[in-house]
Design a protein. Structure first.
Length: 119
């Protein structure tokens, strides 16, 4: 499952229930993994959360515009306030790494620093 860093930060106030919905994906991956293990299905369930909004993507650009408008600042100023941003290529590499290795856990985060286990 591809989730979002909003699962851990709650997301911006104008995002409604987005953060909660994304956190549910993390819970679902964990619950599904426990059931797979219990039933001996041999299936892996994981949630990957890109930790920062990504400019240059359809969803990211709309989110950046919405958050910036909510904050009353220019999109460029909002983006300048962010650090440790991952790129779509970073997310792709994380997906490949998770698909080709057997990491412990079911929840992972990707940022500009790379792939890591998430809480």
């Amino acid at each position: 499952l591809i989730s979002s860093g909003a699962a851990f930060s709650g997301g911006p106030p104008n995002s409604g229930s987005y953060g909660g919905a994304k956190r549910m994906q993390v819970f679902l991956a964990g619950h599904c993994q426990k059931e797979s293990d219990r039933l001996g299905l041999g299936l892996r369930f994981m949630a990957l959360s890109p930790m920062r909004i990504m400019p240059g993507t359809g969803v990211g650009d709309r989110g950046i515009d919405g958050i910036s408008a909510y904050m009353g600042i220019r999109p460029a100023d909002f983006l300048a306030s962010l650090s440790d941003m991952q790129t779509p290529a970073d997310v792709g590499r994380a997906v490949v790494q998770l698909a080709t290795t057997t990491p412990q856990g079911s929840s992972f985060a990707v940022s500009g620093a790379g792939l890591a286990a998430a809480a």
